[in-house]
Design a protein around this ligand. Structure first.
Ligand code: ADP
Ligand code: MG
Length: 238
């Protein structure tokens, strides 16, 4: 198929397949969750733990299915102006308990920048993924730096750098592949999502990494979404 189909046709076929599978999984998932709620009052206290595990695993399935749906559906972007410092502060607060448990300090280096025109929920997802990966890459102790600065007239730049295990060239090349993960509990969808959301906004993402020293991820985003591109379809495609 590689010879017969171009890369974009391949991706669109995979996308359609993913959307189909995701839809089919969603219905039985919803009924499973409903029936779990029904049997809950009848359980013995020592069975609650099993129920918690079941709920956790169902949530994981739901998360994967939702990510597949987001990726495969061409959607109109719902744009709004959003201040980057507020967004990152919110995410840092969200993930801080995870960092504190590993004695990791998150340092903010925020330059004042204008609010950016973006899909708030998706851009949040981008930085949740990056910060989570940074925390997960580190042994206890150390610092993660999150910086915001003006890149040029039309762009801002956000850098998330960690002092984690870093990545080899081979790893770097495969980062955004679906299901590529080196973690026992990873799903390998985070960076694929992240890269696709950044691209959808007309931005760029660059990974600099040294094995044993750490990783810096640089995300550059336009302050305004260009109107002609809105019309020509970039903001309608993925
Ligand atoms: P997941 O986190 O579920 O494994 P991701 O798509 O977020 O999936 O990341 C894919 C892989 O890229 C990770 O399993 C890890 O090997 C590597 N990776 C991503 N971010 C970092 C980082 N900050 N430091 C080291 N390795 C990373
Ligand atoms: Mg991840």
């Amino acid at each position: 198929t590689k010879d017969l189909l171009g890369r974009s046709e391949m991706l669109s076929m995979i996308g359609q397949l993913a959307a189909g599978v995701a839809h089919e999984i969603r219905n039985p998932l919803t009924s499973l969750k409903g029936f779990i709620r029904l049997i809950e009052p009848a359980l013995q206290p020592r069975e609650f733990r099993y129920l918690d595990i079941m709920k956790g695993e169902l949530d994981r399935i739901e998360l994967i299915v939702n990510e597949m749906l987001v990726l495969s559906k061409p959607q109109i972007m719902e744009l709004a102006l959003y201040p980057m410092d507020e967004l990152l502060d919110y995410i840092i607060e969200l993930l801080n308990t995870q960092a504190v448990m590993k004695s990791i300090e998150i340092e903010r280096i925020f330059e004042p920048v204008p609010p950016i025109e973006c899909e708030q929920r998706r851009i949040k997802q981008v930085f949740v993924n990056l910060l989570k990966n940074a925390i997960e890459s580190m042994e206890p102790n150390g610092i993660i730096k999150v910086s915001i600065e003006r890149a040029d007239e039309d762009h801002i730049r956000v850098v998330v750098s960690d002092q984690g295990k870093g990545m080899s060239q081979e790893q770097l090349a495969r980062l955004t592949e679906p299901f590529y993960t080196t973690k026992e509990k990873g799903n390998g969808l985070g960076l694929m999502m992240t890269a696709s959301i950044v691209e959808r906004h007309g931005g760029t993402i660059v990974f600099d990494s040294v094995v044993g020293e750490g990783t810096a991820v640089t995300v550059t985003l336009p302050i305004e979404q260009k109107k002609q591109e809105l019309l020509s379809g970039r903001l309608l495609a993925h």
